[in-house]
Design a protein around this ligand. Structure first.
Ligand code: AMP
Length: 630
């Protein structure tokens, strides 16, 4: 048995002992009485009775030894700015932000929605919420008003923190008009909106509601806000993610379990230690940003690099220049970013001093073998693929190099991480699959610390969605297909549901369909994910127009396609815009009226659609084919 298998086996045989040891990695104001309460599965409580605070663990406890060490390095190639905050400075900023939020009426348990570009104030706001026991809900800045409104209505924030604008590839993206429109659309209205003015775009303000961050920041200079200690299971945040319905799910995270899980992953998976520098090129709007830009590195006393910009601006060497300049030890990115770099001059990989860099972690989407090989050879560093989800909060499958550097197998993220009783199960029987046999990647409960505790405000949906998908077995479904080999390595083979993964961003085809359907020209629509060499997958729409005259000529079709793209962009954001929208007269459906999405996807990818005995109108597929040919 290898060391990682031994640790894994121990974590499952004796979860109480294993996690009690890991819990020593963080400070507890009140020690927990019970490590695990699994008396009401699938609801799990870790470290019951223990009281702690994420902000205390990320900042306060490091003040004695690391006040002068950089905690947060912020780099923007969009506005050409760089700024380093030491642990003492970050502590001061977070205390000020905490005082501001309290001044705006935020109390323990209140939600604060953060709709921000990648600027330091976004990190201050997250940590400030944690400090005062408020629950943050960060919404990715690439989402537009309808997506944002749905999240406002679900989370019901007392305060929203936002900014005038972000910037993407040199283009200013105003946030405030989208936010105002979202608040207009939502039923729930926040009491206050706190605004950071970057002076990138005009920012109309609503009297009595909108507050200026800079003015408040001066007013609360020197504020010291005591941490509000939370019972371990009290929520730290809600992060929305796409599912198979149009309504996004609020993934609710606890406090103590999350802190312990992240601190443990920093050691066992990321090999990070206090004083190291970690550069996670993600966005705080995604789970990778929550766990490995903000909380993970700071819990471990590391320096975290927050980057506003793209991997190829001003040139294809920017990521490596950052590594050289800030002596980055650990880097975390996504396969799409690497595929983007592959299109650049390969000499960018060798122009900078990368001697500080120990490991490159990649996650969020499947890592194809050529990309893995290209980057590994190009920078001469081990590449660590890791598989996880918004729901888990930290890696489920990885080579856990902090335990042992098991040899990686290209195409596999590795072996199940400690704490996860991972099974590949048959979708029809719930029985475990033999090695080499494809099944659903599932986890037998209890889920380890740090994983979602429930769906925000909807326990029933948590059980219904995640724990009822596999028959004859109470297990958590990841909704991914997978296969395990004889050595225990797991290979991920794509989603079992209608969720797609575009450039590492998870999107629900249902949400995009709802947006397209809202256009008056559309009678029916199907959206599927189609393989793409750069982004992994892209969304493709197939529409039946209400009025055939609108799609009579190629020019008509192009015009309607353009309108539809714009609709999605305005409602959901550019991130959800389909790559193409095609028009047909009929969509492939079963005789009972169910859309045959897999068949549509197969045709769009040029594959054989397989068994179609249930199809109502076989000509539907031919129509798809000719629409694709244009
Ligand atoms: P998200 O919740 O947005 O992080 O998306 C999670 C989904 O992304 C998973 O359910 C997988 O479908 C996919 N995913 C994440 N990491 C990997 C990986 N390393 N390999 C393959 N698929 C991945």
């Amino acid at each position: 048995m290898t060391a990682s298998h031994a640790v894994h086996a121990r974590s499952l045989a004796d979860p109480q002992g294993f996690w009690a040891e890991q819990a020593k990695r963080i400070d507890w104001e009140t020690p927990f009485g019970q490590v695990l309460d699994n008396s009401c599965p699938p609801f799990t409580r870790w470290f019951v009775g223990g009281r702690t605070n994420l902000c205390h663990n990320a900042l306060d406890r490091h003040q004695a030894a690391r006040a002068a060490q950089p905690a947060l390095v912020w780099i923007s190639t969009e506005t050409d700015e760089q700024r380093t905050y030491t642990y003492a400075e970050l502590y001061d900023e977070v205390n000020r932000m905490a005082a501001i939020l309290q001044g705006l009426g935020v109390q323990k348990g209140d939600r604060v929605l953060i709709y921000m570009p990648m600027i330091p104030q976004a990190t201050f706001a997250m940590l400030a919420c944690a400090r005062i026991g408020a629950i943050h809900s960060v919404v990715f800045g690439g989402f537009a008003s309808v997506s944002l409104a749905a999240r406002i209505d679900d989370a019901q924030p007392r305060v929203i923190v936002s900014a005038d604008a972000g910037s993407r590839a040199g283009k200013v993206v105003p946030y405030k008009p989208l936010l105002d429109e979202a608040i207009r659309l939502s039923q729930h209205k926040p009491e206050k909106v706190l605004l950071v003015d970057r002076k990138l775009a005009d920012m109309p303000r609503t009297e009595g509601r909108d507050e200026d961050y800079a003015a408040w920041r001066e007013r609360v200079a020197g504020a010291q806000v005591p941490c509000v200690w939370l019972e371990s299971s009290e929520p730290s945040y809600v992060l929305y993610t796409s599912g198979t319905t149009g309504k996004p799910k609020g993934v609710q995270r606890d406090t103590g379990g999350y802190a312990v899980a992240l601190a443990t992953s920093m050691a066992y998976i990321f090999c990070g230690k206090a004083g190291d520098t970690m550069f996670t090129a993600s966005d705080i709007g995604w789970v990778v940003g929550h766990s490995y830009i903000v909380y993970g590195p700071l819990l471990a006393g590391m320096t975290t690099v927050m980057y506003e910009g793209t991997p190829i601006r001003p040139d294809g060497g920017i990521l490596w220049r950052i590594v050289e300049q800030y002596k980055v030890n650990l880097m975390f990115s996504a396969p799409t970013a690497i595929r983007v770099l592959k299109k650049q001059d390969p000499s960018w990989l060798t122009r900078y001093d990368l001697s500080s860099l120990r490991l490159l972690f990649l996650a969020g989407e499947p890592l194809d073998e050529p990309t893995a090989r290209w980057i590994q050879e190009g920078i001469g560093k081990p590449v660590v693929d890791n598989y996880w989800q918004t729901e888990s909060g930290w890696p489920i499958i990885a080579i856990q190099r902090g335990i042992e550097a098991l040899p990686p197998k290209l195409g596999s993220p590795g072996v199940p991480a400690y704490g996860y009783d991972l099974r590949i199960v048959d979708e029809n029987t719930g029985k475990e699959c033999a090695p080499g046999q494809k099944g659903v990647v599932a986890i037998d409960g209890p889920l380890p610390p740090g994983c979602m505790s429930t769906v925000w405000g909807d326990d029933d949906r948590f059980v219904r969605t995640y724990w009822s998908a596999v028959p004859n077995r109470l297990c958590y479904s990841t909704f991914d297909w997978g296969v395990r080999d004889e050595d225990g390595y797991v290979f991920i083979l794509g989603r079992t549901d209608d969720v797609i993964n575009v450039a590492g961003h998870r999107l629900g085809t249902r949400e995009i369909e709802e947006s397209l359907s809202s256009h008056p020209g559309v009678a029916e629509v199907a959206v599927v994910g189609v393989q793409d060499a750069l982004k992994g997958q892209v969304a493709m729409g197939f529409c039946i127009a209400r009025d055939a005259a609108r799609t009579a000529t190629p020019a008509d079709r192009l015009a309607l396609e353009g309108e539809l793209m714009k609709t999605v962009e305005q409602q959901l954001g550019a991130v959800a815009r389909p790559a193409r929208v095609f028009f047909v007269n009929v969509l492939p459906k079963t005789r009972s009226g169910k859309l045959l999405r897999r068949a549509i996807q197969a045709v769009a990818e040029g594959r054989d659609p397989g068994d179609l005995t249930t199809i109502e109108d076989p000509t539907a597929l031919e129509q798809l084919q000719s629409a694709l040919k244009g």
